[in-house]
Design a protein around this ligand. Structure first.
Ligand code: HEC
Length: 365
């Protein structure tokens, strides 16, 4: 029981949805990184030189658009296409920033201490009030430098960087920043990809609706998606225990390509059912503890190259069986407590599956 305790946590069917936007953070970084690269490799600078860029529209706006508008802008300026004005603060015009949100003006000309926009950015990342919130694309060192200069220079409007008196180090920092057009393009691309991947996910989940219904018809409350943003499936026979046998397992074939977690702990599965498991080619976690599986059944598992977790606790597996698993290079956890496997065979196994943590249980002398 000790070893089986993890299975409930793995069935995460009740998880709350995580904002789609989260998963596109890395994409956003990628697009921005790609942009930065373009600057480096392109000798015909498409962007205006830093000195000629408009302080507000050409330098400040793109920084805030990339990192803040998502939560502090009305529909028309919000890259998400939705109105989101957190803390009642809009950052889309100088007037709105000076007016501020719930607390105080976001920016005060010439006053770094009273400009809470800066104060929030400068808070430690794990502070609840830090902006942007943890996990969102953060303000870079060069961007912060530019924003500080802008406030110190008393928020110039309608002037070029040169005319506003920007010193060389600030111009150098601006040179590395994408223009507003580039930020808009990157954001549009990012949200388009987010929409496309959301659509792909919806299609994939939809395609599984009937097969899931079929399996649920046989085994209620045993199958589902591993999370709201996934089309991978999890199955557990834990509530059926010994009533679940090899013939029942065969009824999972309509969903076998989608299954990544399968919990057959303490069921009546034997080597005859192993062939069905071999067809679940994407399996990452498999519980066979307390079943009738033996060495010969493990042949069918050799092809499960994605397998990361395998629980064989309390089965008749021997050293010969363990040898058959030596090709499962992605195995990270293998439970062999109360089997016939010997420590010597485990040593040998670990030479081929080097990252695997093999659990032989607590030795009682
Ligand atoms: C993912 C959403 C999100 C992003 C992105 C974000 N904010 Fe916020 N912001 C919030 C929320 C939520 C609040 C309200 C809660 C609070 O005051 O911390 C807030 C509040 C604020 C406040 C306080 C407003 C007031 O007067 O109370 C400031 C200033 C601020 N944000 C600045 C920024 C800046 C500058 C950026 C970009 C560098 C940014 N935020 C990016 C969500 C966000």
């Amino acid at each position: 029981m000790l070893l089986g305790a993890g299975f409930l946590a793995v069935r995460s069917l009740g998880q709350p949805p995580i904002e789609i936007v989260m998963s596109h953070r890395s994409l956003f970084h990628f697009v921005l990184a790609a942009l930065a690269l373009c600057f480096v490799i392109s000798d015909k600078a498409i962007a205006k030189s830093a000195a000629d860029r408009d302080v507000y529209k050409g330098v400040v706006v793109p920084i805030l658009r990339a990192k803040c508008y998502q939560c502090h802008a009305d529909v028309s300026d919000n890259p998400s296409g939705k109105k989101k004005i957190k803390g009642k603060l809009e950052l889309t015009s100088l007037e709105l920033m000076k007016k501020g949100g719930d607390e105080a003006p976001a920016v005060v000309a010439g006053n770094l201490e009273e400009s809470i926009l800066l104060m929030r950015i400068n808070l430690p990342h794990d502070d609840e009030e830090h902006m942007p919130p943890e996990g969102k694309p953060q303000i870079e060192e060069s961007e912060l430098k530019v924003l500080e200069w802008w406030i110190k220079a008393e928020l110039p409007v309608g002037k070029s960087m040169k005319d506003a008196g920007a010193p060389d180090d600030i111009l150098a920092a601006v040179e590395s920043l994408p223009t507003d057009e580039e930020v808009k393009d990157a954001l549009a691309e990012m949200y388009a990809q987010a929409d496309a991947s959301a659509a792909r996910l919806a299609t994939a989940r939809d395609a599984l609706k009937d097969p899931i219904a079929e399996v649920s018809g046989h085994f209620p409350n045993s199958i589902g998606f591993i999370s709201q943003q996934d089309s991978d499936l999890t199955f557990t026979a834990v509530s059926m225990r010994k009533d679940f046998n090899d013939e029942h397992l065969a009824k999972l074939s309509p969903v076998s390509a989608g299954l990544v977690d399968v919990n057959l702990s303490a069921t009546s599965i034997t080597d005859a059912g192993a062939a069905t498991l071999g067809k679940m080619s994407r399996l990452r976690k498999l519980w066979l503890n307390g079943t009738g599986i033996t060495d010969s059944g493990l042949d069918a598992l050799r092809s499960l190259s994605d397998l990361e977790y395998l629980n064989l606790y309390g089965t008749e597996i021997t050293d010969a069986g363990l040898k058959k698993l030596a090709g499962l290079k992605n195995l990270k956890k293998l439970y062999l407590w109360q089997t016939k496997v010997t420590p010597g065979a485990v040593e040998e196994f670990k030479k081929s599956v080097t990252d695997c943590d093999v659990n032989m249980g607590i030795k009682v002398e």
